[in-house]
Design a protein around this ligand. Sequence first.
Ligand SMILES: Nc1ncnc2c1ncn2[C@@H]1O[C@H](COP(=O)(O)OP(=O)(O)OP(=O)(O)O)[C@@H](O)[C@H]1O
Ligand SMILES: [Mg+2]
Length: 301
Amino acid sequence: MKIAILSRNRKLYSTRRLIEAAEARGHEVQTIDVLRCYMNIAPHDPQVHYRGRQLPAFDAVIPRIGASVTFYGTAVVRQFEMMGVYCLNESVAITRARDKLRALQLLARKGVGLPVTGFAHSPDDTQDLIGLVGGAPMVVKLTEGTQGVGVVLCETDKAAESVIEAFRNLDAYFLVQQFIEEAQGADIRCFVIGGKVVAAMKRQAKPGEFRSNLHRGGSAAEVQITAKERSTAIRAAKIMGLNVAGVDLLRTEHGPLVMEVNSSPGLEGIEAASGIDIADQVIGFIEKNAAPGKTRTKGKG
Ligand SMILES: Nc1ncnc2c1ncn2[C@@H]1O[C@H](COP(=O)(O)OP(=O)(O)OP(=O)(O)O)[C@@H](O)[C@H]1O
Ligand SMILES: [Mg+2]
């Protein structure tokens, strides 16, 4: 097959691994920087051009769309869908997952367990917002944050009030969330491919830190997940409409709570922690599913 990987940098671990796995299975791979793509929007013969020429007819596209290029990246994926090319994750699904508020609302609507969460932009009653999630201890998060930046633990209502007031002046959207102390600074990343959890890892924050992000000094190890954790991860990915997803769970006595569903989950941490060749499984999934016209959306939405 001819496979395109939409990635800004072919040297990134995940991109590199996908290229290796695809080539090892006999496919031809091209890495494409979405920001360099340009397209015609036409009812007949939609095309994607790149570096001065029309891209060849791909059998499958693997979107690896970074958070900062979501808008244009999903437009390029949509264009491939219009051309009838199989996209590993559909543009609408990527858009759903990227919008944290929309994602949490969709999950809540389907009854998936979530930490009690409120969201706001410029609330004029901070106390009421704090009350909405049951008061301190609580976590306040900027929706634009990644790698743990902009995620603050407030141990008292007073602290929460100060943080919310500071965020209010940033002209930004933010979440307030019940702090799940039981998780003990750990979260569980489930890597889902085609409705199956193929690997899972537990990320543990360093001592004195509640954020388990590897960029914040957290460490990752393989973990056995419960049946409920498995089914929750699968359900969350399905609700988002993602074939490939990284579902982050917080472990509690009453079962898992979904924190986030990632549409371009990284391979490095999870391959190292689990010893599983995830890139190979991704390509295997594409081989089974990328038949012409298999894209459901045809670029809708
Ligand atoms: N409600 C919570 N209770 C306990 N711990 C939390 C809670 N929310 C976040 N954490 C911890 O903080 C870490 C960072 O939070 P989160 O994943 O929401 O932000 P981020 O990593 O910056 O964003 P993104 O995952 O979108 O890149 C989580 O991995 C988890 O360990
Ligand atoms: Mg995170």
